[in-house]
Design a protein around this ligand. Structure first.
Ligand code: CAA
Length: 419
């Protein structure tokens, strides 16, 4: 099933936000029994973006270590997948291209189909590499999941970016053919252009997801894909971690396999470590599941992994991949765990203030408070243009403020986050 040369994921790196809201804090605020979040949804906490963070800063942070390790000589395409886009015309990838100093001889484009976008990007990347196996494609999946405050969706927010270098003879995952495909026009989750937060029909979204699982699986089987039992683990899109369990139980039941708790946990249990702490990262989420599997599991060399990518609206794809010999030498486990652990908890009032923040649309100078400590920050909005900065590693906060001196301070205090 792996054609010659093998093509797939050569490197993978993720980033998340500066802040985190534990579900216990949310439950304290809204009086929800914590078991609903911890057990019912399988969520412990969710990443919360700082005022000077967005999909570009997360995307650049995720991709930077990949460019540092491999250089950019072979990268001729950057595909940025997101459903929380910052501009209707310009690709967020162009900002990342600039922040990372990539060569001008690069094509850069943004892709959208809800949480499925990154999988489309990955498959398009495989096609480009098949055309010219010397080239590599940088795929960046970056999203901020946002629902209305005090809505049922609020507990399933989060944010993260995953960057993947796609090329021939990949060091991590060899992507297989065929794919199982499924599209159905449903209104389970959507975000009109005039809204910041998504709209969702919760129960319909779960049902639509489950229909898509069977739809992709049936097509995958018809395309002569692997039998179910050959897969060692399954990476599902995880709007919340429990959804992976629900989806796999549904698939096992459909395939007339034993669908008890242990069988389901064996297949998906090692894929949830990052999503349970980060929350929904929309199109990045299925590849956070892969990151968790690679970082958590014992050696899986040569073992087939199933991927089920679901994007509301809806488009889904099931495909397989095998882990390349020696893949464990290329993992970024320490950095990944560090990205999750370094987040600073915010109290409920700070989270709410960050959630409700938006830029005025008057074309003025609107600097953001310097809240982040990473390499990249959104310095503000000036004349309707987003201004990004790259910080020197050793002078994080002070250099960011200096670089933004032409903008008026907005009088906003940094988030009252505990350090
Ligand atoms: N202890 C343990 N479990 C508890 C509990 C307690 N005290 N209280 C409730 N639960 C369980 C419930 O039994 C339920 O379990 P099941 O799913 O197994 O039935 C679970 O916790 C959730 O409870 P509810 O269904 O009552 O929760 P809700 O009405 O608040 O809605 C939700 C949950 C629909 C996921 C809602 O959070 C939501 O709308 N989220 C956004 C949409 C979403 O994530 N959809 C997922 C599929 S769509 C998709 O995947 C694309 C995407 O990224 C958006």
């Amino acid at each position: 099933m792996v054609s010659d040369p093998a093509i797939g994921i050569h490197d993978l790196s993720f980033s998340t936000t500066e802040f985190v809201l534990p579900h216990a804090t949310l439950a304290d605020h809204n009086g929800t029994e914590i078991g609903k979040y911890h057990v019912g949804l399988g969520q412990q906490s969710m990443s919360v973006p700082a005022a000077d963070e967005d999909i570009v800063t997360m995307g650049a942070t995720a991709a930077e270590p990949i460019i540092t390790r491999h250089g950019s000589d072979r990268v001729r395409t950057v595909v940025f997948a997101t459903e929380s886009s910052i501009d209707q015309a310009k690709s967020a990838g162009v900002y990342v291209h600039s922040l990372l100093g990539l060569p001008s001889a690069t094509r850069v484009v943004e892709l959208k189909q809800a949480c499925y976008g990154a999988t489309a990007a990955l498959q398009f990347a495989v096609g480009l590499v098949r055309r010219d196996p010397v080239q590599q494609v940088l795929v960046i999946a970056s999203d901020i999941s946002k629902y209305d405050l005090d809505s049922p969706g609020e507990a399933t927010q989060g944010a993260a970016a995953v960057a993947m270098l796609v090329g021939s003879n990949p060091a991590l995952v060899r992507i297989e053919e065929p794919s199982g495909l499924f599209t159905a026009d449903v209104m389970d989750f959507w975000r009109p252009n005039y809204r910041d937060a998504a709209l969702v029909d919760g129960q319909e979204s779960v049902d639509a997801y489950l229909r898509a699982v069977l739809g992709t699986w049936k097509d995958y089987a018809e395309q002569d894909g692997r039998p179910l039992d050959e897969f060692t683990a399954f990476c599902y899109h995880q709007p919340y971690a429990k959804m992976a369990y629900k989806a796999h139980r549904h698939l096992l039941h459909h395939c007339e396999r034993h669908s008890g708790e242990a069988a389901v946990a064996r297949a998906v249990g090692r894929t949830t470590a990052y999503n349970t702490a980060i929350g929904n990262s929309y199109t990045a989420s299925v590849y956070l599941a892969l990151a968790a599997l690679l970082d958590e599991a014992d050696d899986l060399t040569g073992r087939p992994i199933g991927f089920m990518s679901y994007g509301s609206g809806s488009v889904a794809e099931f495909f397989g991949g095998t882990l390349a010999p020696g893949y464990r030498e290329h993992l970024r486990t320490t950095a990944h765990r560090g990205a999750v652990d370094r987040r600073r908890p915010v109290d409920y009032a700070t989270y709410r203030e960050l959630h409700e923040r938006s830029f005025p649309a008057d074309g003025g100078d609107h600097p953001t408070p310097s809240q982040t400590t990473g390499s990249f920050r959104l310095a503000g909005l000036r004349g309707h243009q987003r201004v990004y900065e790259r910080r020197a590693a050793d002078s994080a906060r002070s250099s960011a403020e200096a670089g933004f001196r032409r903008l008026r301070p907005d009088g906003h205090r940094p988030a009252t986050a505990h350090s």
